[in-house]
Design a protein around this ligand. Structure first.
Ligand code: NAD
Length: 486
């Protein structure tokens, strides 16, 4: 049961569930009607909602920080860095660009359409469902919400039931800052979400595991609802022999152990030669001690595992390979020490599932080719990292593999750039968001051609019967170069 009472309940202070009935129906109906009445379409309305969201983030910053501390032992600084500031910036970006993004885009024409107006109108889909996970429980629900609002949609938000403290703030406070006829926060776990997914939405935006992503996509298919799936997986990290081990260790450790490793784009495992492993392991130990001290459990900068279930799963993974660094765990506060595993076999569980915790296995390979083969034998990852002082090695890994994100001598710092699309490929997901990419995701790019009602004489060419001359002229006009001016 969630921390907030009443799963499957709409917490927007207007709707109450009645026994024996579908708890979502009334709310969804209200939102559909609001969309049908065109309430969310005007730019002023969208701007007002975005400003409301910005106020929510500012006025409840401390409450959100406390919730994140409670859920994930995330420090206030890390909460700001990875959740609150990014959301605030996303709101500001959307407000700055709202009118430009909404504007019809003129497109090239040909000589069959000289007097017509040809443009793409970005229109809202309608009723959008956003389902989010627990690891960045503010960021991963509000970032897509910004996109859905700026694109003019009505939105149902379903936060993760696992990050209970954050779920409570989102359910109790957020609706007060948004127009409740157009936006609702609903609560629930797998069962209630399954019930919710039986309804027809106009767009579903899901962030979570590939397993649940398949459930969401299957439910969406029943209504032919388009989806964005932001999923996870195992993110490889190739380390070339020609690297400074301490530099690599610092960067890998920072991004592997941030949020106690519970980051979808974190490096999941290292691929390197046995010689590099020898040099990298002590460097990782040094980086961990430098970042989190001799006793990482006492560090304010190291998070905790979200739930007992995930703690037990991760503790089980500590038995894979051989512990080279860390390996300690404490059930009472769901602590797992920043850990490095060596002598790991490909068939072991730690290399079969997404780790999603502060454990870093090192798998040895004999060459760059073997590393690339290893990566390409597996599902396409959400993120891929390559470290080398030789730029051609980084370029080769980039050229010979595929992933949603790529970092050369870098971790997931790209998450701080609104100019970068966020999203996976293949098994790690489909669709993109952040900044303008979000606006495009939540908009139907409607192809519009508006022609004069008269001037019928000019159309003669297009009507049968098609003489040889007509055919020639139509072919010529069709092939004419695009022109936006005519
Ligand atoms: P999850 O898939 O278990 O849950 C995500 C959402 O789906 C939650 O709101 C949950 O209530 C709901 N859900 C769970 N089981 C369901 C079911 N059977 N039917 C319908 N809905 C269900 O994911 P999680 O454990 O919350 O998050 C971890 C996963 O999310 C990891 O795989 C991680 O890589 C991935 N992730 C991806 C991104 C990304 O941007 N690509 C970001 C964060 C997390």
């Amino acid at each position: 049961m969630s921390g907030t009472e009443g799963k499957g309940v709409v917490k927007d202070s207007r709707a109450q569930p009645s026994l024996g009935t579908d708890p979502f129906e009334d709310t969804l109906q209200r939102l559909r009607e609001a969309f049908g009445a065109g309430r969310t379409r005007p730019a002023e309305f969208r701007a007002a909602q975005l400003r409301g969201l910005g106020r929510f983030l500012r006025e409840h910053k401390q409450r959100l920080q406390e919730a994140l501390l409670q859920d994930l032992r995330k420090s206030a600084f890390q909460a700001d860095l990875s959740e609150l500031i990014l959301c605030q910036k996303e709101v500001e970006l959307a407000l700055r660009n709202l009118h430009a993004w909404m504007r019809d885009q003129p497109v090239a024409k040909n000589l069959l359409t000289p007097l017509s107006s040809a443009f793409v109108r970005k229109e809202p889909f309608g009723l959008v469902l956003i389902l989010s996970p627990w690891n960045y429980p503010v960021n991963l629900i509000l970032m897509p919400l910004v996109g859905a609002i700026v694109a003019g949609n009505c939105v149902v938000l379903k936060p993760s039931e696992i990050s209970q403290a954050t779920e409570k703030v989102l359910a109790e406070v957020l609706p007060q800052y948004l127009d409740q006829s157009c936006f609702a926060v609903v609560l629930g776990g797998p069962e209630e979400t399954g019930q919710l997914l039986k309804h027809k939405f106009d767009y579903i935006f899901f962030t979570g595991s590939p397993r649940v992503g398949k459930i969401v996509m299957a439910a969406a298919a029943q209504h032919l609802t388009p989806v964005t799936l932001e999923l996870g997986g195992k993110n490889p990290c190739y380390v070339d022999d020609d690297c400074d081990p301490q530099t690599v260790a610092n960067r890998v450790a920072l991004f592997r152990y941030f949020n106690a490793g519970q980051t979808c784009v974190a490096p999941d495992y290292v691929l390197c030669s046995p010689a590099m492993q020898e040099r990298l392991v002590p460097a990782l130990q040094a980086a961990i001690t430098r970042f989190y001290g001799e006793d990482p459990r006492a560090s304010p900068d190291l998070g905790r595992i979200i739930s007992d279930k995930h703690f037990q799963r991760l503790r089980g993974l500590l038995g894979c390979g051989r512990v080279a660094v860390g390996g300690q765990s404490e059930e009472s506060d769901r602590y797992i020490a920043p850990t490095v595993l060596v002598d790991v076999q490909e068939a072991e569980p730690v290399m079969q599932e997404e780790i999603f915790g502060p454990i870093l296995p090192v798998v040895t390979v004999s060459s760059l080719d073997e590393a690339v083969d290893f990566i390409n034998r597996r599902e396409k990852p959400l993120a891929l990292y390559a470290f080398s002082r030789r730029s051609q090695v980084v370029s080769q890994v980039l050229a010979r593999t595929s992933s949603g994100h790529f970092g050369g001598n870098e971790g997931f710092l790209y998450q701080t750039l609104w100019s970068m699309p966020m999203g996976g490929v293949g098994h790690s997901g489909m669709g993109r968001y952040h900044g303008k990419f979000s606006f495009d995701t939540f908009s139907n790019p409607r192809a519009c051609l508006l022609s004069p009602a008269g001037l019928e004489k000019l159309r003669d060419l297009q009507y049968p019967p098609y003489s040889a001359t007509k055919q020639k002229l139509v072919r010529w006009a069709l092939a004419s170069p695009g022109c936006t001016l005519l």
